[in-house]
Ligand binder design. Sequence first.
Ligand SMILES: Nc1ncnc2c1ncn2[C@@H]1O[C@H](COP(=O)(O)OP(=O)(O)OP(=O)(O)O)[C@@H](O)[C@H]1O
Ligand SMILES: NC(=O)c1ccc[n+]([C@@H]2O[C@H](COP(=O)(O)O)[C@@H](O)[C@H]2O)c1
Length: 301
Amino acid sequence: MAAPSRTTTFANPPDYTFNSDRLRLTLHSPTKQPIVLVACGSFNPITYHHLRMFEMASDFVRQNTDFEIVGGYLSPVSDEYKKPGLVSAHHRVEMCTLATKQESTWLMVDSWEAFLNYQRTAVVLDHFNYEINTVLGGVYTQDGEHRDVRIMLLAGSDLISTMSEPGVWSHNDLDHILGRYGTFVIERSGSGMDQATDSLARWRNNIYPIPQLIQNDVSSTKVRLFFRRGLSVQYLLPAAVITYIEQNNLYPDDGLAPEKDKGKAKARESGEADAGSESSSVRAIQSTSGTERTILSRHFQ
Ligand SMILES: Nc1ncnc2c1ncn2[C@@H]1O[C@H](COP(=O)(O)OP(=O)(O)OP(=O)(O)O)[C@@H](O)[C@H]1O
Ligand SMILES: NC(=O)c1ccc[n+]([C@@H]2O[C@H](COP(=O)(O)O)[C@@H](O)[C@H]2O)c1
């Protein structure tokens, strides 16, 4: 079957410019293939785990492949994705920008899909390919030889496992994303790697599974729940993002925290609570395995 064709013309949102501030245009090694990592998602809000996915991929690429990473992008999804509880793209882009500025020397945020109507991931990757290879002209070796950059999707195993669910991704898009570009898959607890990739075997050469050496099941859903229950989110996401969320009241306390926790939250605000007294409900949630729904029903009703 012929490879699905690339999208080559793109409408941009008003006032859009592609961010390439931190894109490295000169390769360290002339023998390696330059790649750019693109993580698509809600980022509602961005957490340290989203940032860590890039670090895990970077270690993996250095140790196991002939690729060289020249850039990494977070691409927050459009408001039209309409996932329940999705705060506006403006806020999600701003949070990702604060996080990358504060925490990273190489990650960037691209707001293209965020400020458009919903764009399929295959089209988003085409957009990156267009901006980096067609508009910017790719990258160069130190001897001045031109190289096209390969765009690759960076995703958790939960997202990749949706690729086997009927009706979520078209076969053409999968062939485009996995056949033409490829993906690094970060293991995510609760979503097995084999289960995620078994039915994608025909593209196995372009799928790079990355095991989590330190288990980390932080999710945006849990972080939102913590905000809504008045629990501490310190050290789960960058401080600048926490401040931004508080200033804009993005995930308002729903007043449903148990009475005893409200007392603790107040004490925390006035600096009276010690770490131990704060942590019992946090621990209960963190130690819960299973889906977010289980967490909701067991701990937050
Ligand atoms: N703890 C994690 N382990 C592995 N991958 C993760 C983890 N958290 C997020 N990801 C991946 O990051 C990408 C963007 O994630 P997204 O913004 O949807 O975060 P999320 O935590 O899954 O959000 P939500 O809880 O709102 O569904 C997805 O590919 C997702 O699989
Ligand atoms: N057919 C597709 O292109 C398709 C299907 C499902 C999810 N996605 C993308 O995966 C990401 C999923 O994000 P969430 O994990 O926050 O739901 C989004 O960027 C979304 O656009 C794309």
